[in-house]
Design a protein around this ligand. Sequence first.
Ligand code: FAD
Length: 311
Amino acid sequence: IDKIIRAEEEGRPFWSFEYFPPKTTAGVQNLFERMERMYNLGPEFVDITWNAGGTSSELTSELVATAQSVYGLETCMHLTCTNMQKEKIDAALKAAKACGNQNILALRGDPPRGQEKWTSCDEGFEYASDLVAYIRAQYGDYFSIGVAGYPEGHLDSKDKEEDFKWLKFKVDQGADFIVTQLFYDTTLFIDWVKECRSHGITVPIVPGIMPIQSFGGFNRMTSLCKTFVPDHIRRALEPIKEDDQAVKDYGVKLAVDMCKEIKAAGTNGFHFYTLNLEKSTRLILEGLEFVAPRENVRQLPWNPSLSKKRE
Ligand code: FAD
């Protein structure tokens, strides 16, 4: 992925989509159908998240294998290194390599639901940087390794300087690119990128964009991550908060405006937290004129061999 990003950074804009492993069989089937449709939106890569503690690790590996080897999408597997045994890390990396996947987003992980603190199960896996170093030691340059970045600072960090220090350390351990936590203040992101550069962090940085899908979901997510919400967003949402469609429409417009501001400041790639939903991401890409409006797009003919292979 880092090679793709570097090649595109100077040229045309690019975008990537993040999906999470659904809880039910029907959810998995729906996700496969969405991924097939969203293939036509031309993501440069897709990410599959890893459940805290590896609770759905086999499903993550299966989604990665399907996206990579059946759909031919450059795929990035998220992998956490706390709250689970090292064997799970080894099994996931082995499965990723076996299906031709070459990209890992190396993370520490949050505590599983119901637990307050993350725990290190195996010696040597306390921070994402430990996982980066481990992957490099085991696999050399085979994997392109991404890590998480926090424009507002990570909640556990005592100050900004500490955050930059450990982010740089992750890169020094062998990370090739950074994907950011969601944010809604573009100035904050743009300034943070400049600060990363002045701290000697030179790898590509891809902003994580989460379109607002519902008022409740937005409040939950921003409270959980303690995300700063600028006043203009609060003011815009207040009168429409009971109207789901108006909130979604506003979410699309806001994301388009954010991406335009970020692009004007020199960042050319965008990572969309799709929440496994298609429409808002598609409308944002249309709003940015990165893809043609749907009615004008010649859909790829349905390819039954894709579904056959998937089965
Ligand atoms: P780290 O980089 O290890 O940092 C954690 C904290 O420790 C920071 O405060 C850092 O400053 C500090 N620190 C780092 N190294 C050291 C050190 N050597 N000594 C002392 N302090 C140190 N979670 C999941 O469970 N599954 C996912 O799929 C997932 N995907 C994510 C994708 C993105 C883009 C982002 C931004 C987050 C994702 N998360 C995911 C959440 C992530 O696991 C949490 O934010 C977690 O709290 C921190 O992970 P990290 O990899 O950033 O940790």
